[in-house]
Design a protein around this ligand. Structure first.
Ligand SMILES: [Zn+2]
Ligand SMILES: [Zn+2]
Length: 575
Protein backbone atom coordinates (compact mmCIF):
# COMPACT_ATOMS: atom_id res chain seq x y z
CA UNK A 1 0.00 0.00 0.00
CA UNK A 2 2.98 2.24 0.22
CA UNK A 3 3.34 2.34 -3.48
CA UNK A 4 0.03 3.26 -4.96
CA UNK A 5 1.31 4.92 -8.05
CA UNK A 6 -0.89 3.12 -10.50
CA UNK A 7 -3.65 1.08 -9.00
CA UNK A 8 -5.40 -1.72 -10.79
CA UNK A 9 -8.94 -1.88 -9.71
CA UNK A 10 -10.85 -4.94 -9.16
CA UNK A 11 -13.45 -3.67 -6.88
CA UNK A 12 -16.74 -2.15 -7.55
CA UNK A 13 -20.08 -1.77 -5.95
CA UNK A 14 -23.30 -3.01 -7.45
CA UNK A 15 -26.66 -4.17 -6.26
CA UNK A 16 -28.05 -7.49 -7.31
CA UNK A 17 -29.85 -6.01 -10.28
CA UNK A 18 -26.93 -3.97 -11.55
CA UNK A 19 -25.56 -0.56 -10.72
CA UNK A 20 -27.79 0.80 -8.03
CA UNK A 21 -28.03 2.96 -5.01
CA UNK A 22 -25.63 2.46 -2.19
CA UNK A 23 -27.79 1.20 0.62
CA UNK A 24 -25.02 1.38 3.19
CA UNK A 25 -25.09 5.20 3.22
CA UNK A 26 -28.41 5.01 5.01
CA UNK A 27 -27.02 2.89 7.83
CA UNK A 28 -23.74 4.72 8.36
CA UNK A 29 -21.84 1.69 7.16
CA UNK A 30 -19.47 1.56 4.24
CA UNK A 31 -19.45 -1.90 2.76
CA UNK A 32 -17.57 -3.02 -0.31
CA UNK A 33 -17.41 -6.30 -2.19
CA UNK A 34 -15.63 -6.57 -5.55
CA UNK A 35 -17.92 -6.86 -8.55
CA UNK A 36 -15.87 -9.83 -9.68
CA UNK A 37 -13.71 -12.38 -7.92
CA UNK A 38 -11.86 -15.19 -9.62
CA UNK A 39 -10.09 -18.44 -9.14
CA UNK A 40 -8.64 -20.83 -11.68
CA UNK A 41 -9.21 -24.42 -12.53
CA UNK A 42 -8.37 -26.79 -10.78
CA UNK A 43 -8.72 -24.77 -7.54
CA UNK A 44 -11.60 -26.02 -5.41
CA UNK A 45 -12.45 -22.79 -3.61
CA UNK A 46 -12.77 -19.09 -4.14
CA UNK A 47 -12.06 -16.32 -1.65
CA UNK A 48 -14.24 -13.21 -1.59
CA UNK A 49 -12.83 -10.08 0.09
CA UNK A 50 -15.25 -7.91 2.05
CA UNK A 51 -14.56 -4.46 3.47
CA UNK A 52 -16.74 -2.92 6.19
CA UNK A 53 -16.27 0.51 7.82
CA UNK A 54 -18.37 1.91 10.65
CA UNK A 55 -19.13 5.49 9.66
CA UNK A 56 -21.46 6.10 12.58
CA UNK A 57 -20.59 7.51 15.98
CA UNK A 58 -21.07 4.44 18.16
CA UNK A 59 -20.15 0.75 18.13
CA UNK A 60 -21.91 -1.61 15.76
CA UNK A 61 -21.90 -5.37 15.64
CA UNK A 62 -21.11 -7.29 12.50
CA UNK A 63 -23.33 -10.30 13.13
CA UNK A 64 -23.14 -12.56 10.13
CA UNK A 65 -22.57 -12.91 6.42
CA UNK A 66 -24.74 -15.12 4.26
CA UNK A 67 -24.01 -16.10 0.69
CA UNK A 68 -26.98 -16.93 -1.53
CA UNK A 69 -27.31 -17.84 -5.19
CA UNK A 70 -29.27 -15.67 -7.59
CA UNK A 71 -32.34 -17.90 -7.18
CA UNK A 72 -32.19 -17.49 -3.42
CA UNK A 73 -30.55 -20.84 -2.62
CA UNK A 74 -28.39 -20.44 0.50
CA UNK A 75 -24.73 -21.35 0.02
CA UNK A 76 -22.91 -20.41 3.18
CA UNK A 77 -23.51 -18.65 6.48
CA UNK A 78 -20.73 -17.29 8.62
CA UNK A 79 -21.53 -16.00 12.10
CA UNK A 80 -19.12 -13.31 13.26
CA UNK A 81 -20.50 -11.27 16.20
CA UNK A 82 -17.69 -8.74 15.84
CA UNK A 83 -17.70 -5.23 17.20
CA UNK A 84 -17.06 -2.51 14.65
CA UNK A 85 -15.71 0.58 16.38
CA UNK A 86 -16.54 3.98 14.89
CA UNK A 87 -13.98 5.27 12.43
CA UNK A 88 -12.87 8.81 11.69
CA UNK A 89 -14.56 8.57 8.30
CA UNK A 90 -18.02 9.87 9.30
CA UNK A 91 -17.65 12.90 7.09
CA UNK A 92 -16.85 10.93 3.97
CA UNK A 93 -19.46 9.82 1.47
CA UNK A 94 -19.10 6.28 0.13
CA UNK A 95 -17.93 7.78 -3.13
CA UNK A 96 -15.20 9.74 -1.35
CA UNK A 97 -14.22 6.67 0.64
CA UNK A 98 -13.81 4.64 -2.54
CA UNK A 99 -11.88 7.45 -4.21
CA UNK A 100 -9.41 7.57 -1.33
CA UNK A 101 -8.62 3.89 -1.66
CA UNK A 102 -8.64 4.04 -5.44
CA UNK A 103 -11.74 1.94 -6.00
CA UNK A 104 -13.44 2.89 -9.24
CA UNK A 105 -16.92 1.66 -10.10
CA UNK A 106 -17.32 0.18 -13.56
CA UNK A 107 -19.03 2.54 -15.94
CA UNK A 108 -22.56 1.51 -16.77
CA UNK A 109 -21.64 0.52 -20.30
CA UNK A 110 -18.89 -1.90 -19.20
CA UNK A 111 -21.10 -3.38 -16.53
CA UNK A 112 -24.03 -3.82 -18.88
CA UNK A 113 -21.80 -5.41 -21.52
CA UNK A 114 -20.23 -7.73 -18.98
CA UNK A 115 -23.61 -8.78 -17.60
CA UNK A 116 -24.89 -9.47 -21.11
CA UNK A 117 -21.81 -11.60 -21.81
CA UNK A 118 -22.23 -13.52 -18.55
CA UNK A 119 -25.90 -14.17 -19.36
CA UNK A 120 -24.95 -15.29 -22.88
CA UNK A 121 -22.22 -17.62 -21.60
CA UNK A 122 -24.71 -19.25 -19.24
CA UNK A 123 -26.71 -20.46 -22.24
CA UNK A 124 -23.68 -21.91 -24.06
CA UNK A 125 -22.15 -25.34 -23.80
CA UNK A 126 -18.42 -25.73 -23.09
CA UNK A 127 -16.62 -24.28 -26.10
CA UNK A 128 -13.83 -21.93 -27.01
CA UNK A 129 -16.40 -19.26 -27.73
CA UNK A 130 -17.89 -19.62 -24.26
CA UNK A 131 -14.44 -19.40 -22.69
CA UNK A 132 -13.70 -16.24 -24.63
CA UNK A 133 -17.07 -14.75 -23.71
CA UNK A 134 -16.44 -15.31 -20.00
CA UNK A 135 -12.89 -13.99 -20.20
CA UNK A 136 -14.06 -10.85 -21.96
CA UNK A 137 -16.63 -10.24 -19.22
CA UNK A 138 -13.97 -10.80 -16.58
CA UNK A 139 -11.62 -8.28 -18.17
CA UNK A 140 -14.41 -5.69 -18.38
CA UNK A 141 -15.05 -6.00 -14.67
CA UNK A 142 -11.46 -6.23 -13.65
CA UNK A 143 -9.15 -3.50 -14.74
CA UNK A 144 -9.18 0.23 -14.34
CA UNK A 145 -6.25 2.39 -13.43
CA UNK A 146 -6.21 5.33 -11.11
CA UNK A 147 -3.85 7.26 -8.90
CA UNK A 148 -4.37 7.62 -5.20
CA UNK A 149 -2.52 9.23 -2.36
CA UNK A 150 -0.88 6.55 -0.23
CA UNK A 151 -1.50 8.14 3.18
CA UNK A 152 -5.22 8.68 2.52
CA UNK A 153 -5.67 5.10 1.30
CA UNK A 154 -3.80 3.81 4.33
CA UNK A 155 -6.05 5.88 6.60
CA UNK A 156 -9.18 4.24 5.21
CA UNK A 157 -7.81 0.72 5.04
CA UNK A 158 -6.41 0.83 8.56
CA UNK A 159 -9.88 1.67 9.94
CA UNK A 160 -11.74 -0.85 7.83
CA UNK A 161 -12.62 -4.37 8.86
CA UNK A 162 -11.19 -6.49 6.06
CA UNK A 163 -12.68 -9.95 5.84
CA UNK A 164 -12.19 -12.75 3.42
CA UNK A 165 -14.82 -15.38 2.96
CA UNK A 166 -13.74 -18.65 1.43
CA UNK A 167 -16.42 -20.49 -0.49
CA UNK A 168 -15.85 -24.11 -1.50
CA UNK A 169 -16.79 -24.28 -5.19
CA UNK A 170 -18.89 -27.40 -4.75
CA UNK A 171 -21.21 -25.37 -2.51
CA UNK A 172 -21.99 -23.10 -5.44
CA UNK A 173 -22.78 -25.71 -8.00
CA UNK A 174 -21.92 -29.38 -8.00
CA UNK A 175 -21.07 -29.26 -11.69
CA UNK A 176 -19.04 -26.09 -11.82
CA UNK A 177 -16.88 -26.07 -14.95
CA UNK A 178 -13.95 -23.90 -16.03
CA UNK A 179 -15.31 -20.65 -17.53
CA UNK A 180 -18.44 -20.72 -15.37
CA UNK A 181 -19.56 -17.47 -13.77
CA UNK A 182 -21.79 -17.63 -10.73
CA UNK A 183 -23.45 -14.42 -9.54
CA UNK A 184 -24.00 -14.50 -5.78
CA UNK A 185 -25.48 -12.15 -3.21
CA UNK A 186 -23.80 -11.49 0.12
CA UNK A 187 -26.18 -10.47 2.90
CA UNK A 188 -24.24 -8.75 5.65
CA UNK A 189 -26.17 -8.36 8.90
CA UNK A 190 -25.22 -5.48 11.19
CA UNK A 191 -26.72 -4.48 14.53
CA UNK A 192 -26.59 -0.82 15.46
CA UNK A 193 -26.03 0.40 19.03
CA UNK A 194 -29.78 1.08 19.39
CA UNK A 195 -30.41 -2.62 18.76
CA UNK A 196 -31.85 -2.22 15.29
CA UNK A 197 -30.72 -4.78 12.75
CA UNK A 198 -30.12 -4.12 9.10
CA UNK A 199 -28.89 -6.25 6.25
CA UNK A 200 -26.72 -4.86 3.51
CA UNK A 201 -26.85 -6.85 0.31
CA UNK A 202 -23.91 -6.87 -2.06
CA UNK A 203 -23.48 -8.89 -5.20
CA UNK A 204 -20.46 -10.23 -6.92
CA UNK A 205 -19.72 -12.47 -9.87
CA UNK A 206 -17.57 -15.48 -9.08
CA UNK A 207 -15.50 -16.29 -12.16
CA UNK A 208 -13.99 -19.74 -12.45
CA UNK A 209 -11.42 -19.30 -15.18
CA UNK A 210 -9.53 -21.96 -17.08
CA UNK A 211 -6.13 -22.88 -15.68
CA UNK A 212 -2.93 -20.99 -16.35
CA UNK A 213 -0.94 -22.27 -19.35
CA UNK A 214 1.54 -25.03 -18.61
CA UNK A 215 4.66 -26.70 -19.94
CA UNK A 216 6.37 -29.78 -18.54
CA UNK A 217 8.74 -28.91 -15.69
CA UNK A 218 7.69 -25.24 -15.51
CA UNK A 219 5.72 -23.85 -12.56
CA UNK A 220 4.06 -20.46 -12.04
CA UNK A 221 4.68 -18.45 -8.90
CA UNK A 222 5.41 -15.09 -7.33
CA UNK A 223 8.50 -14.02 -5.40
CA UNK A 224 7.26 -10.66 -4.11
CA UNK A 225 4.34 -10.79 -1.69
CA UNK A 226 3.54 -9.05 1.58
CA UNK A 227 1.54 -10.24 4.56
CA UNK A 228 0.43 -8.88 7.94
CA UNK A 229 4.00 -9.41 9.11
CA UNK A 230 4.65 -6.00 7.58
CA UNK A 231 2.20 -3.76 5.74
CA UNK A 232 0.05 -6.35 4.00
CA UNK A 233 -3.56 -6.93 5.03
CA UNK A 234 -3.62 -10.72 5.01
CA UNK A 235 -2.09 -13.50 7.04
CA UNK A 236 0.56 -15.53 5.24
CA UNK A 237 -1.91 -18.43 5.06
CA UNK A 238 -4.50 -16.23 3.37
CA UNK A 239 -1.96 -14.88 0.85
CA UNK A 240 -0.95 -18.45 0.03
CA UNK A 241 -4.58 -19.58 -0.29
CA UNK A 242 -5.32 -16.74 -2.71
CA UNK A 243 -2.18 -17.52 -4.71
CA UNK A 244 -3.21 -21.16 -4.90
CA UNK A 245 -6.75 -20.25 -6.02
CA UNK A 246 -5.25 -18.12 -8.77
CA UNK A 247 -3.21 -21.00 -10.12
CA UNK A 248 0.23 -20.34 -8.60
CA UNK A 249 2.36 -23.23 -7.37
CA UNK A 250 4.95 -21.37 -5.31
CA UNK A 251 5.32 -18.08 -3.43
CA UNK A 252 7.98 -16.21 -1.53
CA UNK A 253 6.64 -13.99 1.25
CA UNK A 254 8.85 -10.90 1.30
CA UNK A 255 7.75 -8.70 4.16
CA UNK A 256 9.54 -5.43 4.74
CA UNK A 257 12.43 -5.39 7.16
CA UNK A 258 15.14 -2.97 8.20
CA UNK A 259 12.88 -0.11 7.39
CA UNK A 260 11.22 2.24 9.85
CA UNK A 261 8.63 3.20 7.23
CA UNK A 262 7.30 -0.35 7.29
CA UNK A 263 7.03 -1.43 10.92
CA UNK A 264 6.94 -5.14 11.43
CA UNK A 265 5.10 -7.41 13.81
CA UNK A 266 5.49 -7.32 16.77
CA UNK A 267 5.12 -3.58 16.44
CA UNK A 268 7.85 -1.21 17.45
CA UNK A 269 10.57 -3.22 15.81
CA UNK A 270 12.14 -2.10 12.63
CA UNK A 271 13.00 -5.58 11.44
CA UNK A 272 12.54 -9.26 12.09
CA UNK A 273 15.07 -10.84 14.38
CA UNK A 274 16.45 -14.27 13.61
CA UNK A 275 14.22 -15.88 16.24
CA UNK A 276 11.15 -14.35 14.60
CA UNK A 277 12.14 -15.84 11.30
CA UNK A 278 11.52 -19.21 12.87
CA UNK A 279 7.92 -18.20 13.48
CA UNK A 280 7.67 -16.49 10.14
CA UNK A 281 8.99 -19.47 8.26
CA UNK A 282 7.51 -22.04 10.59
CA UNK A 283 4.50 -24.13 11.53
CA UNK A 284 2.64 -21.67 13.78
CA UNK A 285 -0.60 -20.37 12.28
CA UNK A 286 1.28 -17.24 11.22
CA UNK A 287 4.15 -19.06 9.57
CA UNK A 288 5.10 -20.05 6.05
CA UNK A 289 5.16 -23.79 6.73
CA UNK A 290 1.65 -23.69 8.13
CA UNK A 291 0.50 -21.77 5.04
CA UNK A 292 2.32 -24.23 2.81
CA UNK A 293 0.62 -27.22 4.41
CA UNK A 294 -2.80 -25.61 4.19
CA UNK A 295 -2.58 -24.14 0.70
CA UNK A 296 -0.79 -27.10 -0.86
CA UNK A 297 1.68 -24.79 -2.64
CA UNK A 298 5.27 -23.89 -1.78
CA UNK A 299 5.48 -20.94 0.62
CA UNK A 300 9.06 -19.73 1.06
CA UNK A 301 10.24 -17.14 3.57
CA UNK A 302 12.05 -14.11 2.15
CA UNK A 303 12.21 -10.45 2.97
CA UNK A 304 12.34 -7.02 1.41
CA UNK A 305 15.10 -4.88 2.85
CA UNK A 306 15.21 -1.11 2.47
CA UNK A 307 18.07 1.35 2.36
CA UNK A 308 18.01 4.83 3.82
CA UNK A 309 19.08 6.20 0.44
CA UNK A 310 16.55 8.27 -1.42
CA UNK A 311 13.07 9.27 -0.31
CA UNK A 312 11.47 5.91 0.39
CA UNK A 313 14.69 3.97 0.41
CA UNK A 314 15.58 1.45 -2.26
CA UNK A 315 14.37 -2.11 -1.89
CA UNK A 316 16.14 -5.46 -2.18
CA UNK A 317 14.26 -8.74 -2.16
CA UNK A 318 16.33 -11.32 -0.36
CA UNK A 319 15.83 -15.03 -0.83
CA UNK A 320 17.06 -18.40 0.33
CA UNK A 321 18.56 -17.66 3.68
CA UNK A 322 16.19 -16.46 6.35
CA UNK A 323 18.70 -15.36 8.93
CA UNK A 324 20.32 -12.48 7.17
CA UNK A 325 18.03 -9.97 8.80
CA UNK A 326 20.17 -10.52 11.86
CA UNK A 327 23.21 -9.37 9.93
CA UNK A 328 21.51 -6.21 8.80
CA UNK A 329 23.79 -3.36 9.73
CA UNK A 330 24.52 -1.17 6.75
CA UNK A 331 21.45 0.55 5.34
CA UNK A 332 23.14 1.20 2.01
CA UNK A 333 22.41 -0.52 -1.26
CA UNK A 334 25.70 -2.34 -1.55
CA UNK A 335 25.53 -3.20 2.15
CA UNK A 336 22.19 -4.90 1.71
CA UNK A 337 23.45 -6.95 -1.21
CA UNK A 338 26.53 -7.97 0.74
CA UNK A 339 24.55 -8.96 3.82
CA UNK A 340 22.29 -11.21 1.79
CA UNK A 341 25.23 -12.84 0.06
CA UNK A 342 27.26 -13.21 3.28
CA UNK A 343 24.36 -15.05 4.88
CA UNK A 344 24.18 -17.49 1.98
CA UNK A 345 21.14 -15.89 0.43
CA UNK A 346 20.86 -13.70 -2.62
CA UNK A 347 19.26 -10.41 -3.54
CA UNK A 348 16.95 -9.25 -6.30
CA UNK A 349 16.59 -5.49 -6.75
CA UNK A 350 12.89 -4.66 -6.41
CA UNK A 351 10.94 -2.23 -8.65
CA UNK A 352 14.10 -0.21 -9.44
CA UNK A 353 12.28 2.29 -11.64
CA UNK A 354 9.46 3.07 -9.21
CA UNK A 355 9.93 6.79 -8.54
CA UNK A 356 9.34 6.37 -4.80
CA UNK A 357 11.98 3.67 -4.38
CA UNK A 358 14.46 4.42 -7.12
CA UNK A 359 17.38 2.14 -7.78
CA UNK A 360 17.58 2.92 -11.47
CA UNK A 361 21.35 3.24 -11.46
CA UNK A 362 21.58 -0.52 -10.88
CA UNK A 363 23.04 -1.16 -14.34
CA UNK A 364 25.80 1.48 -14.36
CA UNK A 365 28.42 -0.64 -12.61
CA UNK A 366 28.06 0.90 -9.14
CA UNK A 367 26.86 -2.33 -7.52
CA UNK A 368 28.13 -5.87 -7.49
CA UNK A 369 26.82 -9.15 -6.23
CA UNK A 370 23.08 -8.76 -6.75
CA UNK A 371 21.52 -11.73 -8.51
CA UNK A 372 18.64 -10.18 -10.35
CA UNK A 373 16.33 -7.37 -11.14
CA UNK A 374 12.56 -6.97 -11.10
CA UNK A 375 11.62 -5.74 -14.57
CA UNK A 376 7.85 -6.21 -14.23
CA UNK A 377 6.15 -5.22 -10.97
CA UNK A 378 3.13 -3.44 -9.49
CA UNK A 379 1.01 -3.98 -12.59
CA UNK A 380 3.50 -2.99 -15.27
CA UNK A 381 4.39 -4.64 -18.56
CA UNK A 382 7.84 -4.78 -20.16
CA UNK A 383 9.25 -1.29 -20.58
CA UNK A 384 11.64 -0.62 -23.48
CA UNK A 385 14.03 1.55 -21.48
CA UNK A 386 14.23 -0.89 -18.58
CA UNK A 387 14.77 -3.90 -20.78
CA UNK A 388 17.45 -1.97 -22.71
CA UNK A 389 19.28 -1.40 -19.42
CA UNK A 390 19.09 -5.13 -18.76
CA UNK A 391 20.47 -6.00 -22.20
CA UNK A 392 23.24 -3.47 -21.76
CA UNK A 393 24.11 -5.03 -18.39
CA UNK A 394 24.02 -8.59 -19.75
CA UNK A 395 26.26 -7.52 -22.66
CA UNK A 396 28.68 -5.69 -20.41
CA UNK A 397 29.01 -8.72 -18.16
CA UNK A 398 29.06 -11.33 -20.92
CA UNK A 399 32.68 -12.24 -20.52
CA UNK A 400 32.36 -12.31 -16.71
CA UNK A 401 29.40 -14.70 -17.02
CA UNK A 402 31.37 -17.02 -19.31
CA UNK A 403 34.38 -17.04 -17.00
CA UNK A 404 32.38 -17.57 -13.80
CA UNK A 405 32.33 -21.32 -13.03
CA UNK A 406 28.64 -20.92 -12.05
CA UNK A 407 27.92 -18.73 -15.12
CA UNK A 408 25.99 -16.26 -13.01
CA UNK A 409 24.20 -13.38 -14.67
CA UNK A 410 21.63 -10.75 -13.77
CA UNK A 411 18.31 -12.63 -13.65
CA UNK A 412 15.24 -10.75 -14.89
CA UNK A 413 12.05 -11.34 -12.92
CA UNK A 414 8.48 -10.15 -12.33
CA UNK A 415 6.73 -9.72 -8.97
CA UNK A 416 3.23 -8.67 -7.98
CA UNK A 417 4.26 -6.75 -4.83
CA UNK A 418 0.92 -7.87 -3.43
CA UNK A 419 -0.19 -6.12 -0.24
CA UNK A 420 -3.96 -6.44 -0.16
CA UNK A 421 -6.75 -7.61 -2.41
CA UNK A 422 -8.24 -4.11 -2.23
CA UNK A 423 -5.53 -2.16 -3.99
CA UNK A 424 -2.66 -2.95 -6.36
CA UNK A 425 -3.71 -6.55 -6.56
CA UNK A 426 -1.53 -8.12 -9.21
CA UNK A 427 -1.35 -11.49 -7.48
CA UNK A 428 -1.58 -14.06 -10.25
CA UNK A 429 -0.73 -11.40 -12.86
CA UNK A 430 2.84 -10.13 -12.46
CA UNK A 431 4.57 -13.45 -11.92
CA UNK A 432 7.25 -15.89 -13.02
CA UNK A 433 7.42 -19.39 -14.37
CA UNK A 434 10.38 -21.38 -13.08
CA UNK A 435 11.88 -24.53 -14.55
CA UNK A 436 12.57 -27.20 -11.94
CA UNK A 437 12.91 -30.16 -14.29
CA UNK A 438 10.43 -32.12 -12.22
CA UNK A 439 7.08 -33.58 -13.23
CA UNK A 440 5.50 -32.27 -10.04
CA UNK A 441 5.43 -28.75 -8.50
CA UNK A 442 8.11 -27.92 -5.89
CA UNK A 443 5.80 -28.71 -2.95
CA UNK A 444 7.81 -28.77 0.26
CA UNK A 445 11.09 -28.35 -1.62
CA UNK A 446 11.71 -24.64 -1.21
CA UNK A 447 15.30 -25.06 -2.35
CA UNK A 448 14.14 -25.90 -5.87
CA UNK A 449 12.29 -22.56 -6.04
CA UNK A 450 15.29 -20.59 -4.79
CA UNK A 451 17.65 -22.51 -7.05
CA UNK A 452 15.63 -21.92 -10.22
CA UNK A 453 15.43 -18.20 -9.46
CA UNK A 454 19.07 -17.89 -8.49
CA UNK A 455 20.16 -19.55 -11.72
CA UNK A 456 17.73 -17.72 -13.95
CA UNK A 457 15.82 -20.81 -15.01
CA UNK A 458 12.83 -18.57 -15.19
CA UNK A 459 10.65 -16.46 -17.39
CA UNK A 460 8.72 -13.39 -16.34
CA UNK A 461 5.13 -12.55 -17.20
CA UNK A 462 2.95 -9.48 -16.78
CA UNK A 463 -0.33 -11.40 -16.60
CA UNK A 464 0.13 -15.16 -16.36
CA UNK A 465 0.96 -15.83 -20.00
CA UNK A 466 3.71 -18.40 -20.35
CA UNK A 467 6.87 -18.06 -22.41
CA UNK A 468 9.61 -20.67 -22.75
CA UNK A 469 12.49 -20.90 -25.18
CA UNK A 470 14.66 -23.88 -25.92
CA UNK A 471 17.84 -24.08 -28.00
CA UNK A 472 17.85 -27.53 -29.56
CA UNK A 473 21.16 -27.58 -31.40
CA UNK A 474 23.68 -29.97 -29.82
CA UNK A 475 21.46 -30.63 -26.80
CA UNK A 476 18.59 -28.87 -25.07
CA UNK A 477 19.32 -25.50 -23.51
CA UNK A 478 16.67 -23.62 -21.58
CA UNK A 479 16.66 -20.14 -20.02
CA UNK A 480 19.49 -19.88 -17.49
CA UNK A 481 21.50 -22.62 -19.22
CA UNK A 482 25.04 -22.32 -20.51
CA UNK A 483 26.15 -24.05 -23.70
CA UNK A 484 29.40 -24.31 -25.55
CA UNK A 485 29.93 -24.05 -29.26
CA UNK A 486 33.10 -24.36 -31.30
CA UNK A 487 32.24 -22.89 -34.69
CA UNK A 488 29.99 -20.21 -36.10
CA UNK A 489 26.71 -21.43 -37.55
CA UNK A 490 22.97 -21.62 -37.19
CA UNK A 491 21.21 -22.79 -34.07
CA UNK A 492 17.58 -23.78 -33.68
CA UNK A 493 15.49 -21.86 -31.13
CA UNK A 494 12.06 -23.14 -30.24
CA UNK A 495 9.68 -20.54 -28.83
CA UNK A 496 6.62 -21.68 -26.89
CA UNK A 497 4.28 -18.90 -25.82
CA UNK A 498 0.77 -19.28 -24.45
CA UNK A 499 -1.54 -16.35 -23.78
CA UNK A 500 -3.17 -16.66 -20.34
CA UNK A 501 -6.62 -16.46 -21.92
CA UNK A 502 -7.91 -17.41 -25.35
CA UNK A 503 -6.54 -15.10 -28.02
CA UNK A 504 -9.40 -13.50 -29.94
CA UNK A 505 -9.44 -13.20 -33.72
CA UNK A 506 -7.55 -10.03 -34.52
CA UNK A 507 -5.23 -10.44 -31.57
CA UNK A 508 -1.55 -11.17 -32.08
CA UNK A 509 1.73 -12.12 -30.49
CA UNK A 510 4.95 -10.34 -31.37
CA UNK A 511 7.89 -12.69 -30.92
CA UNK A 512 11.35 -11.16 -30.56
CA UNK A 513 14.61 -13.06 -30.25
CA UNK A 514 17.33 -10.95 -28.68
CA UNK A 515 21.05 -11.67 -28.50
CA UNK A 516 23.98 -9.60 -27.31
CA UNK A 517 23.90 -8.08 -30.80
CA UNK A 518 20.35 -6.83 -30.33
CA UNK A 519 16.98 -7.98 -31.62
CA UNK A 520 17.65 -10.37 -34.47
CA UNK A 521 14.16 -11.84 -35.05
CA UNK A 522 10.81 -10.05 -35.00
CA UNK A 523 7.82 -12.15 -35.95
CA UNK A 524 4.08 -11.56 -35.68
CA UNK A 525 1.73 -14.48 -35.07
CA UNK A 526 -1.94 -13.64 -35.50
CA UNK A 527 -5.02 -15.00 -33.71
CA UNK A 528 -3.24 -17.88 -31.96
CA UNK A 529 -3.55 -18.52 -28.23
CA UNK A 530 -0.45 -20.74 -28.40
CA UNK A 531 2.66 -19.97 -30.41
CA UNK A 532 4.97 -22.95 -30.89
CA UNK A 533 7.56 -22.08 -33.52
CA UNK A 534 11.11 -22.95 -34.48
CA UNK A 535 13.49 -20.24 -35.54
CA UNK A 536 17.00 -20.54 -36.91
CA UNK A 537 19.51 -17.91 -35.91
CA UNK A 538 23.15 -17.41 -36.82
CA UNK A 539 25.70 -17.06 -34.03
CA UNK A 540 29.40 -16.47 -34.52
CA UNK A 541 30.79 -15.45 -31.13
CA UNK A 542 30.08 -15.40 -27.42
CA UNK A 543 26.51 -14.29 -26.95
CA UNK A 544 23.26 -14.89 -25.16
CA UNK A 545 19.84 -15.66 -26.53
CA UNK A 546 16.64 -14.54 -24.87
CA UNK A 547 13.06 -14.23 -26.09
CA UNK A 548 10.40 -11.64 -25.51
CA UNK A 549 6.75 -11.86 -26.48
CA UNK A 550 4.15 -9.11 -26.46
CA UNK A 551 0.53 -10.19 -26.63
CA UNK A 552 -2.18 -7.85 -27.85
CA UNK A 553 -5.83 -8.84 -27.57
CA UNK A 554 -6.81 -6.83 -30.66
CA UNK A 555 -8.68 -4.31 -28.57
CA UNK A 556 -6.89 -2.47 -25.80
CA UNK A 557 -4.96 -4.97 -23.82
CA UNK A 558 -1.19 -5.50 -24.05
CA UNK A 559 0.75 -7.98 -21.99
CA UNK A 560 4.29 -9.19 -22.12
CA UNK A 561 6.66 -11.96 -21.12
CA UNK A 562 10.36 -12.53 -21.44
CA UNK A 563 12.68 -15.43 -20.84
CA UNK A 564 16.02 -15.29 -19.13
CA UNK A 565 18.99 -15.74 -21.43
CA UNK A 566 20.76 -18.91 -22.48
CA UNK A 567 24.48 -18.25 -22.77
CA UNK A 568 26.54 -19.50 -25.72
CA UNK A 569 30.26 -19.68 -25.10
CA UNK A 570 32.54 -20.20 -28.06
CA UNK A 571 35.41 -22.48 -27.06
CA UNK A 572 38.29 -22.86 -27.01
CA UNK A 573 38.70 -19.35 -28.35
CA UNK A 574 36.74 -17.51 -25.67
CA UNK A 575 35.88 -14.84 -28.13
ZN1 LIG B 1 9.31 -2.44 -2.27
ZN1 LIG C 1 7.21 -5.07 -1.79
Amino acid sequence: MKRLVAVLLVLMFVTFSGVGRVRSEVRGVFCQVPVSVFSRYPADKITVPIMVVNKGTSDMCLQKIEVVLQDGTPVLEETLSETLAPSSLQGLTDEETRNQIGIVQPDEKSLATAQALIAKAATMGPSEERTRTVETAWLLLRTTTTNVEAAAAENVLSQARLLSLTIPLDKLNTKIEPSDVIPVRLDITIQSSDGSISTISQTTNLFYLTSLPSQWGWYPGDGHLHSKWSDGNSLVSSVAATASNRGLKWTIITDHAGDTAHPTTPSGQSRLEASEWTTYGGTSPLGCTYAQTNSGITVCPGEELATQEGLGGSHLLTYKNSSYAASFTLPLKQGLINNANNAGGFGIIAHPYNSSFLWNDWSNGSYTGFRGIELISNGTVVDATQIADWDSYLRGHLSATMQDPSHRFCVGLAGSDFHTTWVSDYLGANMNYIYTGSSTPPGIYRSSVYSALENGRASASSDGSLLVHKITTGGTYLPGYYMQKSAAGNIAVNVYAAYFMSMPVGGWAKVEIVTSAGTIVTDYVVSQTIVNKDYSIYVSGDTYVRVQVTFFDGNTRFSSCFTNPTFIDFVPYNQ
